[in-house]
Write a protein that binds this ligand. Structure first.
Ligand code: RAM
Length: 363
């Protein structure tokens, strides 16, 4: 657990953490530069061919996040690179679009198929738009690991899920209910309209609000989409307040959306009056917790998501697992993981952050 903890808790290992982060950000910056010049392939971040772990050292792994310009993605990929190195991959790449639109990942998948990449790890912007490209990659021999946001299950071998979807949805409903005193209008400010993870959480939130008598006085008035774009999310937050002057609270289950909404609320007349919760990065949310805009929000450890995905990819490529329910694999310092129903591997429970504990986290 030691290395993974370095991503999450402030401690005495700051130097190594910083070095690793710089390496990770440099790799992402290189990928961005390559994309900007029209090249679909990203940086080789294998660290000069240094490998560890057991046999199979010629295997390659490529991570395709929803989008590159997302601070959450940077933390996930930092854990992914660390996991890939420890699992013994010879080459690790990070490629992806700058916008989380439905079909933006297709050309990147196709390039990996052509390159003969052994494992593709993808956070799907749309469960089906990536399907045909992933089918081709599989026909060419690649193993497909979905993480963060699932594909249609028929297009991947396993899905590494950060949390139990229903659990994380219910936490957010509970937090907003507490923060608005159990009554009033609320809205959801989501990421993109096609994102599998967002839509699953929203569905569970709607069901809970409709069925749990504790929430009978809470009315969900609308769901809007900031597309995981900071400016659009900020404008959507502003628009919500104009359209619903009686709004009591906002749930934003996206790190980009909650940070932009907090920024908007913090300098508006609604600061401290309209509640905001959802899923956020402690480092981005810290100022808004300290200035009273936000009292409590949640998130899992994003680095662990990437880390476990890399080990799952290795186990698939080695033939240790097929992705069937009951399969188990070793995920380095995080220990043994089991594939559950539907090929889903759950990484860990979310943490709730308040003014009392936020300074203990560094991601
Ligand atoms: C955003 C993305 C991502 C989600 C997190 C919580 O960065 O939408 O998919 O898991 O928020």
């Amino acid at each position: 657990m030691e290395l993974i903890r370095n991503y999450t808790k402030r401690g005495n290992t700051g130097k190594r953490r910083a070095a690793r982060r710089i390496a990770s950000f440099a790799a992402i910056a290189t990928s961005l530069a390559l994309i900007a010049t029209g090249c679909a392939s990203g940086a080789d971040t294998s660290g000069g061919g240094e490998t560890s772990g057991d046999a199979g050292g010629d295997l390659s792994i490529t991570f395709i996040p929803k989008q590159l310009n997302n601070p959450y993605t940077d933390v996930v990929l930092g854990g992914g690179e660390e996991g890939a190195e420890e699992a013994g991959f010879a080459a690790t790449e990070i490629v992806g679009p700058l916008e989380a639109s439905a079909s933006s990942q297709v050309s990147f998948i196709n390039a990996e198929t052509q390159a003969g990449t052994n494992v593709i790890v993808i956070a799907a912007n749309d469960p089906d738009a990536v399907g045909p490209a992933l089918e081709e990659a599989r026909s060419a021999g690649a193993k497909i690991v979905a993480f963060d946001s699932d594909t249609n299950p028929k297009y991947r071998d396993v899905f590494i899920s950060q949390v139990v979807a229903k659990g994380v949805a219910l936490i957010q409903v509970k937090l907003i209910a507490e923060q608005i005193g159990g009554a009033g209008e609320i809205a959801i400010l989501s990421a993109t309209a096609n994102a599998t993870n967002q839509n699953e959480w929203i569905k569970f939130m709607e069901e809970e609000l409709a069925s749990n008598p504790e929430y009978k006085d809470i009315k969900l008035v609308t769901t809007v989409y900031g597309d995981d774009d900071d400016t659009k999310s900020f404008q959507e937050a502003q628009g919500l307040m104009q359209a619903y002057p009686n709004l009591k609270g906002i749930i934003s289950p996206t790190t980009v959306g909650i940070a932009a909404t907090a920024r908007y609320l913090s300098t508006s007349e609604y600061k401290g009056k309209v509640a905001l919760t959802g899923l956020g990065l402690p480092n981005e949310m810290r100022p808004f917790v300290k200035d009273g805009t936000v009292t409590e929000f949640a998130l899992w450890d994003p680095a662990q998501l990437g880390y476990v995905a890399a080990f799952a990819g290795k186990a698939l490529a080695d033939g240790t697992i097929t992705g069937a329910e009951g399969d188990t694999f070793e995920a380095g310092e995080l220990g043994e993981r089991e594939v559950g129903e539907g090929g889903v591997v759950i990484v860990g429970p979310p943490t709730q952050f308040t003014a009392d504990n936020i300074d203990e986290y560094d991601f």
